[in-house]
Design a protein. Sequence first.
Length: 125
Amino acid sequence: MTVRIDYSRCNGCPKRAEACCEEVCPGNLLYRSGGKAQLRDRAECWDCFACVKVCPLGALSVELPFQISEARNTLSARMASHHIIWTLRDRTGAVIQTYIIQNRVDESGTKPRSSAVSEKEMDVP
Ligand code: SF4
Ligand code: SF4
């Protein structure tokens, strides 16, 4: 697996000293060049999804291996305050399925929320 960068979405986090994705990558694999994110070494990426989840513009996705998905399908994420939306796309970028997963704790972090996972067919950008 490896991270894929959608250059039509990435704006390079221009107001930040360090881009969101740069900041969270545990392998220091992401950097900016030409106002866009770049991946230093695809082979070193261990697919932790940290950068995918933190990108505010949904510019990052992980290309899934053929063992678990059809060739070149990708998984991307959009974070919201109480849930995360995972989107599975085919090689053309068409949405196959979205998965909405609710937070498991409330705002105070003390009480468990419903851990139910709902699946919906919806076109999330
Ligand atoms: S966090 Fe997203 S928008 Fe910002 S530089 Fe990285 S890929 Fe681009
Ligand atoms: S998936 Fe993880 S290891 Fe790979 S580039 Fe993103 S943050 Fe770094």
